[in-house]
Ligand binder design. Sequence first.
Ligand SMILES: [Zn+2]
Length: 61
Amino acid sequence: MRRTWIIGHCRRCDEPNVYVLWLGPVQSQDHGHAPFYCCRPCVLRLEALVDAYNRRVPGLR
Ligand SMILES: [Zn+2]
């Protein structure tokens, strides 16, 4: 899957005007859904969490 970085606002750490990557939709119980964009440090952290989840590391699920 091709990943395109754009200048925007990181939805995880709130950093404005940085390169962000669309990671998918995020759902809200009360407000519908919205695109979830993250900056490089946040993407790397989430990649580590996804990797840990898929390796079934105890305590991270
Ligand atoms: Zn961020």
